[in-house]
Design a protein around this ligand. Structure first.
Ligand code: TMP
Length: 236
């Protein structure tokens, strides 16, 4: 497989065409942004962590029956993935209150939730990824009813699998964001990444934050937190 031209550059990743029409190459950057690009910085080595950790998680989920875009890790920053069109939704699953949910509902961070919360945002930087519900999604045709039901079921399944997995490495999975894509056959598969950029990971014993909130909130120890997550997964 040969890497061809750059198709798309996002805030944290680049996507390249390849000579295989069914495959793209994703390249993970060290660039970090927060608050819809308002805060910018670099997290040294983040691209390597996010590539390797995402691939670890995709392989784990595939083994448990979740279809993903993962094909093959090419090097420490780059991975071959199935070509999909991304469904323009950010799917957020929450197990404990934190971040924007804590603000919206006035719940201290770490407050337990009786059941997981599923949220959708319309993936649109210009609009700041506004939260939408099923009615918005169907009305403006971001997804069909069938697609939305499938995305919701897959996301809650992924949550159960990830909560159980992270428990085994003493990490409390507070919340995370997923994105899904559609293949040329119309199959919906998990895409994007699963990393400290897109999940809240708290140490299961001390509650220490091991994710991008350290960057968002200027807490220091950012690179160390990403490295610690790699160690927990046995990747370092
Ligand atoms: P929030 O509490 O800020 O809404 O974030 C919920 C989860 O989604 C958290 O794990 C971080 C992740 N997230 C992203 O991956 N990308 C984003 O742009 C935002 C706002 C959150």
């Amino acid at each position: 497989m040969q890497k061809k031209e750059l198709l798309y550059e996002g805030k944290a990743k680049k996507v390249y065409r390849t000579d295989d029409p069914g495959l793209y190459i994703v390249s993970y950057k060290d660039d970090a942004t927060a608050f819809n690009g308002l805060k910018k910085g670099t997290i040294v080595g983040k691209g390597v962590v996010n590539n390797q950790m995402s691939n670890y998680m995709f392989r784990l989920l595939e083994k448990q029956g979740i279809p993903t875009h993962y094909v093959e890790e090419l090097n420490e920053r780059e991975t071959a993935v199935k070509r999909v069109s991304i469904i323009p939704l950010e799917v957020i699953v929450r197990n404990k209150a934190a971040g924007s949910l804590s603000k919206r509902l006035g719940l201290p961070e770490g407050t337990g939730l009786k059941s997981p919360v599923l949220e959708f945002s319309y993936k649109n930087d210009e609009l700041g990824d506004p939260m939408v519900n099923d009615y918005h999604i169907l009305a403006v045709e971001l997804a069909t009813r069938e697609e939305l039901d499938q995305i919701a079921e897959m996301s809650l399944n992924i949550n159960r699998l990830m909560v159980d997995f992270f428990k085994t490495v003493d990490v409390d999975l507070i919340d995370f964001k997923l994105e899904f894509g559609k293949t040329s056959d119309g199959e919906i598969i998990l895409a994007d990444e699963i990393s400290p950029d897109t999940c809240r990971f708290w140490d299961g014993t001390t509650g220490e934050k091991l994710d991008k909130d350290r960057f968002r909130r200027d807490m220091g120890g950012v690179e160390e937190a990403y490295a610690e997550m790699m160690r927990r997964l046995g990747l370092k």
